[in-house]
Ligand binder design. Structure first.
Ligand SMILES: *[C@@H]1O[C@H](CO)[C@@H](O)[C@H](O)[C@H]1NC(C)=O
Length: 289
């Protein structure tokens, strides 16, 4: 009797562990809504379903995930606007949908450039409405030639940004020291393409050349693993473990090494070292991790 009961409990536990991690893959149309603009579903040369998102003189474009998540890992494969992409900004971000003054956001923005000049990957975070945590990077490949995978891992302890599974940036949860961190509100994934030629390219000096429009970026293979949908986030209470590993992901030596390499070779701006901007001392989160 006791043994049967224990077995039943064990299998129930296994069952709930599987339920607790919802995994989205496969048909991207089941998980993504086209919001506005002239985006359309296309089948790419490998037979995969992709979204072609375009920017022209009349409209920007946006898509978003059907689900909101509280703690998640999202992966998207993106092929950026080739050629003269100056003035355009292609984005992938997670954002809350409540009041703007207290919103949370995790940002990747790809700032276009003149033909032959490199894109800048601009990253930022907002927590409880406060942003200003910009870091910028060069990529180590041409992001317009092929699809590359861009990932946001958001858990209780860390936010990680990965490019082709290499760690680009990590933001530690320092709520303990009074530094805001996205923690309480669910977020949804968005992707957009828009015109920002007042600032995006070489500080706004290079404008969008509308004779090149429409500008098209391709998105495919969206994957999301979340703790749960936010309605039942209690199932992800403190101490729960994830069979997929990302939920409690810690920085192992490989990740730390990747970060050191990216910092030394590809980082081109870091607010935590911008002395001109912070004459009276750096923000609290800039202290050593
Ligand atoms: C564009 O190219 C110029 C020249 O190589 C570079 O200084 C700049 O950082 C690049 N990126 C952007 C977004 O302006």
């Amino acid at each position: 009797m006791g043994q049967a009961r224990a077995q039943l409990l064990a299998s129930l536990a296994a069952f709930y562990l599987i339920l607790a991690v919802s995994h989205v893959a496969g048909n991207m149309a089941d998980n993504i809504d086209i919001m506005w603009g002239s985006s359309k579903w296309v089948t790419d040369s490998t037979g995969q379903q992709a979204i072609a998102m375009t920017l022209d003189r009349y409209t920007s474009s946006a898509i978003r995930s059907k689900n909101a998540y509280r703690f998640s890992r999202v992966d998207m494969d993106i092929k950026l606007v080739p050629g003269n992409s100056a003035g355009t900004v292609t984005t992938l971000y997670m954002i809350t949908e409540g009041q703007w003054q207290t919103h949370d956001e995790i940002d990747l923005e790809f700032l276009g450039n003149s033909s032959g000049q490199p894109y800048t990957l601009h990253t930022n975070m907002y927590a409880r409405g406060k942003g200003g945590r910009e870091k910028q990077y060069r990529l180590w490949f041409d992001p317009t030639q092929d699809y590359h995978t861009y990932t946001i891992i958001w858990n209780r302890d860390w936010t990680l940004i990965l490019v082709d599974n290499k760690l680009l940036r990590q933001i530690k949860n320092k709520l303990m020291y009074g530094v805001p961190y996205p923690f309480y509100q669910p977020m949804r994934m968005y992707a957009t393409i828009w015109n920002a030629d007042d600032w995006a390219t070489q500080g706004g000096r290079v404008k969008t050349d509308w004779s090149q429009a429409p500008f098209t970026a391709y998105f495919r293979n969206y994957r999301a693993t979340s703790c749960t949908s936010y309605q039942s986030s209690s199932i992800c209470g403190e101490g729960s473990t994830s069979p997929r590993g990302w939920l409690n992901q810690e920085l192992d030596e490989t990740r730390k090494q990747q970060l050191r390499e990216v910092d030394s070779k590809y980082k081109i701006y870091d607010y935590c070292t911008d002395r001109k901007r912070f004459k009276n001392g750096f923000p609290a989160e800039c202290m050593a991790e």
